[in-house]
Design a binder for this molecule. Structure first.
Ligand SMILES: Cc1cc2nc3c(=O)[nH]c(=O)nc-3n(C[C@H](O)[C@H](O)[C@H](O)COP(=O)(O)OP(=O)(O)OC[C@H]3O[C@@H](n4cnc5c(N)ncnc54)[C@H](O)[C@@H]3O)c2cc1C
Length: 463
């Protein structure tokens, strides 16, 4: 059945109106253009700082809709953006004056508990995947916020609480269906289009539109040991130094993120957030030494529901909050770095901002950096400055704080960046995201998308 068009509130331009009608004839999903009811809602993405006005938004319902969009954009020479669930901080899911292929309504998760595999549609978010898999006490390693889209996260790499035990999200991708720049379906896995399969495990949305993903699942839950230890900032120096040694011996399933945050009353604290991806008893033993790195003011690290822990960060990162980001990897937490880290955080322009030091160790680090496009395997600390604020007049102060702070920390950088943590003005850092894999990715871009049809992304230039 065709979707019904809603009444217009504003008059679209004649060209937009024609395009909208023509595309609507080819789709099951709804096409929303400027002037249509719901346009402003449809163009909103997670980062409230991004305000772009696409000509059309195609709310796709199936693979046929996606193919029709690709063909339509080619015929009309329209710029095209692809939206999984719109969580890219850089806002690449939305383009100005082009066609947005919105996959967020393409839902569905199928778990095969015998084979330990999971099939997900491209609009599935992490919380939906976790809900479906936890019914069988299974989990796919993903990220830490339940509303993040599985597509964008997997295509960029995907790190989270289970990476020490089971690797990155892309390491657990078994197969993907993808629509190419010619509108053709390709299946990419270790038996078919192996080079494409290599490229989409880290290479982002550069090679096509993924319409289905199959993952390996692992036994986990329903309870895990997870939560945070909170320390006053005057203990942060000592705890971080002690953590440096602890981290070298940490068992694979124990993933810890030291974070600097402000409590609701404005007090800055060090939060050692952690999750043990295994049996509760083992987890309780494994976190005992972590609890002795200092004298915590609060100990919230205990047996808890994995499903609940997977959405524990959501409250600090609501839809529509303004965000800017800078990040890089570190080989080690040096003493001088700790000084710069603490001093910069105390100058934060907003009490909503945070700093995260993700310890990426264990299984994620044992994969050869050239085995997939995701090359970030050797330097274990992913350092992110997350500037958050709510009012537009606060933008300049927050961006300045982040840029200055980042400049001070840059001398400690390994020279690498996670592609999913690049901001909208950081396209020039794309080579840092791929290191030795960059030239091979450029060759594959030439093979699969020589005309750079897929360019509203962290773009890899064709060789
Ligand atoms: C609050 C928050 C928490 C986060 N936590 C984590 C985390 O714990 N771990 C982690 O690794 N990352 C994390 N991220 C980063 C996240 O991985 C990226 O923002 C990712 O792009 C989100 O996926 P999405 O589908 O929602 O993205 P979108 O913004 O919808 O898409 C981003 C880009 O991905 C590509 N893309 C998306 N879907 C498809 C598709 N089906 N086919 C082809 N290309 C596609 C397109 O190029 C698109 O421009 C977080 C981001 C936020 C905002």
């Amino acid at each position: 059945m065709k979707a019904k068009r809603q009444p217009s509130s504003k008059k679209p331009s004649a060209e937009t109106g024609n395009h909208s009608k023509e595309l609507q004839k080819r789709l099951r999903g709804r096409v929303v253009g400027e002037g249509d009811a719901g346009y402003d809602h449809a163009r909103r993405i997670w980062n409230g700082r991004i305000d772009r006005k696409p000509r059309l938004i195609a709310q796709c319902l199936d693979q046929g809709d996606v193919i029709a969009c690709v063909q339509f954009a080619r015929e009309r020479e329209l710029r095209m953006a692809v939206k999984g669930n719109g969580h890219s901080v850089a806002g690449t899911a939305i383009c100005q004056d082009g066609l947005v292929v919105d996959l967020s309504m393409m839902k569905g998760v199928r778990v095969n508990p015998q084979e330990l595999t999971v099939r997900a549609a491209p609009g599935v978010v992490l919380g939906e995947l976790d809900h479906a898999t936890q019914a069988f006490r299974l989990a796919v390693p993903t990220g830490t916020d339940s509303e993040v889209g599985i597509s964008g996260l997997t295509l960029g790499g995907g790190n989270g609480w289970l990476m020490g035990a089971f690797g990155a999200t892309c390491d657990n991708l078994l197969s993907a269906d993808l629509i190419t720049a010619e509108g053709k379906l390709l299946i990419a896995n270790k038996f078919a289009n192996e080079d494409l399969f290599w490229a989409i495990r880290g290479g982002g949305g550069n090679f096509g539109i993924v319409t289905s993903l199959e993952f390996r699942a692992h036994r986990l839950g329903p309870a895990v040991v997870a939560g945070a230890l909170l320390y006053p900032l005057d203990q942060a120096r000592g705890v971080l130094r002690a953590f440096r040694s602890f981290a070298q011996e940490a068992p694979d399933p124990l993933t810890v993120y030291p974070c600097l945050i402000y409590l609701d009353d404005g007090t800055p604290v060090l939060a050692m957030a952690a999750c043990y991806a295994g049996e509760v008893g083992e987890g309780e033993r494994a976190v005992l030494p972590l609890k002795k790195l200092g004298k915590p003011m609060a100990d919230q690290l205990k047996p808890t529901s994995f499903l609940e822990w997977q959405s524990a960060f959501d409250v600090a990162r609501p839809f529509g909050r303004r965000c800017a980001i800078r990040s890089h990897f570190l080989h080690e937490i040096e003493d001088d770095f700790i000084e710069v880290l603490l001093a910069g955080f105390e100058r934060a322009a907003s009490r909503l901002s945070a700093v995260v030091l993700e310890h990426c160790h264990g299984a994620i680090g044992r994969v050869d950096p050239q085995a997939t496009a995701f090359a970030l395997r050797e330097n274990p600390y992913h350092f992110e400055i997350l500037a958050f604020w709510d009012r537009p007049e606060e933008t300049a102060a927050n961006v300045k704080w982040m840029v200055d702070y980042f400049a001070e920390t840059s001398r400690f950088s390994s020279g690498e960046v996670y592609v999913n943590s690049l901001d909208e003005d950081e396209g020039g850092r794309i080579r840092e995201a791929y290191g030795l894999n960059y030239e091979r990715l450029r060759e594959l871009k030439r093979k699969y998308d020589p005309g750079n049809f897929f360019r509203s992304n962290q773009n890899i230039p064709s060789a």
